[in-house]
Design a protein. Structure first.
Length: 120
């Protein structure tokens, strides 16, 4: 395990011991001339919690990168943190899959874990 410090704009940085379980970037998907892209990192702490970080990168003059992160107790809360305007982006799905949290990218429609009509 390694010690990490994860930055957050407008809040205290997070320092913890753990391992990085996902690191994905949307730069390649945005094209070689892209001036803005997103990066997502997910860590598993020694205490068993997750730290999820979103970074918005920019090459535009006068703009600065932004970073946000959260401590998440469950895989579901990691998914919640990575969901923006009720949308789980392809990049977020990629990060969850890389972190081994694939179940958080799939909604079960049939079988024993399927939602029932009463649940609506």
């Amino acid at each position: 395990m390694k010690e990490f410090t994860v930055t957050r704009d407008g809040d205290r940085d997070l320092r913890f011991t753990g391992e990085k379980v996902a690191s994905v970037s949307g730069r390649a998907n945005s094209g070689p001339d892209s001036n803005r892209w997103s990066e997502i990192r997910i860590y598993l702490t020694a205490a068993g919690a997750y730290v999820a970080q979103r970074v918005q990168r920019t090459l535009w003059e006068g703009e600065e990168d932004t970073a946000d992160a959260a401590v998440c107790e469950t895989p579901r809360s990691v998914r919640g943190f990575l969901t923006y305007d009720d949308v789980l982006s392809d990049l977020a799905k990629e990060a969850l899959t890389e972190a081994g949290l694939d179940a958080e990218t799939v909604e079960v429609l049939d079988g024993p874990n399927a939602p029932t009509e009463d649940a609506e």
